[in-house]
Design a protein around this ligand. Structure first.
Ligand code: NAD
Ligand code: UDP
Length: 334
């Protein structure tokens, strides 16, 4: 297939590109590097089936530029959006724009090519959930104008316009709701808990836990997510495929427990310190993945310890290889 992927230079985008190329597909990546890394594009630059367009998808995706050898697209995957809380709070307008205009441009492209469309949505559409674990039929509990609203409401709008294109234009649309995902190629300075704590631990610094650390998250290793995405892309269109699907690992940890796991893995002597809890920080999060199990026969296979070992090794390797800061856009420190 000829697949257009927005957000190809991001963490998830780079793993998805790697998998799609390995499966024999052509990938046309689009990214403006607002939160991504040129090094992720460089990984595939010489691959004959990879083409890269540096562009802001909120401004539009040129119909012609987005083809490979002038051929029609077979799939459009919309993954462009800052995803880490410090990132999207540093770029709130851009985050709203890419969820709104960016999603519409990607949908228009899919519609014009007669191609299926897949949206990377998020567990953040559930906000600070009052239903636990979160099932796809839960409508969420979102502050519409809080610090996280630029991301949460952008993704809720992105889901709404995706469904409008399906209902109104008949586009074959699919929506995944991704829960906290981690792995190699995350930006070390993205401010998320996995990267912060690994970077701190490798530098021998105290681990920062926000609040009392009793808030929970469920961490999914990136290759499990990619398996789920490929499974959803691969099934034939039917009424069942259009509804959102949670993709996440249901193993739930308090953030304090998570910090203790990192400490045991890297340096048991490290101190854990507490810093203020950011506003609207969801108190609990765990996916109900029954729908993904039934529809896709999918379940995550990489446990936290194994996934973290791989991630820590990759961070160790890149720390010793080269300084990583030169090519990056700044991220507000938490
Ligand atoms: P990321 O920041 O590493 O990747 C996002 C990519 O999109 C970056 O390369 C960025 O430069 C690009 N981008 C953003 N706005 C753009 C624009 N206007 N035009 C072109 N490119 C643009 O984040 P990620 O963790 O890889 O997340 C990828 C997608 O998955 C996002 O849509 C995110 O909302 C979703 N998601 C991720 C997680 C997670 O835990 N990683 C959880 C839920 C949802
Ligand atoms: N967090 C933390 N220490 C950090 C970074 C984050 O305790 O250095 C907490 C954060 O407050 C949240 C959880 O870890 O409760 C997950 O944060 P992250 O930014 O990774 O993603 P979120 O799930 O909040 O979008």
């Amino acid at each position: 297939m000829r697949i257009l992927l927005t957000g190809s230079a991001g963490f998830v985008g780079s793993h998805l590109t790697e998998r799609l190329l390995a499966d024999g597909h052509i990938v046309i990546g689009v990214d403006n590097y607002i939160s991504g890394q040129p090094s992720n594009t460089a990984l595939f630059e010489v691959h004959p089936n990879f083409k890269f367009i540096q562009a802001d998808v909120s401004d539009g995706i040129p119909y012609k530029a987005a083809t490979f050898d002038g051929q029609k697209l077979d799939y459009v995957l919309h993954f462009a959006s800052p995803a880490s809380p410090p990132h999207y709070q540093q770029f709130p307008i851009e985050t709203l724009m890419v969820g709104a205009q960016g999603t519409q441009h990607a949908l228009e492209l899919a519609h014009a090519h007669g191609a299926p469309f897949l949206l990377a949505s998020t567990s953040e559409v559930y906000g600070d959930p009052q239903v636990h674990p979160q099932t796809e039929d839960y409508w969420g509990h979102v502050n519409p104008n809080g610090l996280r609203s630029c991301y949460d409401e952008a993704k809720r709008y992105a889901e709404a316009i995706t469904f409008a294109y399906h209902r109104h234009h008949g586009v074959d649309t699919r929506v995944i709701r991704i829960f906290n995902t981690y792995g190699p190629r995350m930006r070390p300075d993205d401010g998320r808990v996995v990267t912060n704590l690994i970077v701190q631990a490798l530098a021998g610094q105290p681990l920062t836990v926000y609040g009392d650390g009793q808030q929970t998250r469920s961490f999914q290793y990136v290759t499990d997510l990619v398996d789920g995405i490929v499974a959803l892309m691969s099934i034939k269109e039917s009424e069942d495929v259009h509804a959102p699907v949670n993709l996440g690992n249901p193993d739930e940890y308090t953030i304090l427990q998570f910090a203790q796991v990192i400490r045991e893995l890297i340096d048991p002597t490290l101190e854990i310190i507490h810093e203020p809890l950011p506003a609207d920080d969801p108190r609990q999060r765990r996916p109900d993945i029954s729908r993904a199990r039934e529809l896709l026969g999918w379940a995550p296979g990489v446990d936290l310890h194994t996934g973290l070992m791989r991630t820590v090794e990759s961070f160790r390797a890149s720390r010793s290889a080269a300084p990583v800061s030169a090519e990056r856009t700044p991220v507000a420190a938490e």
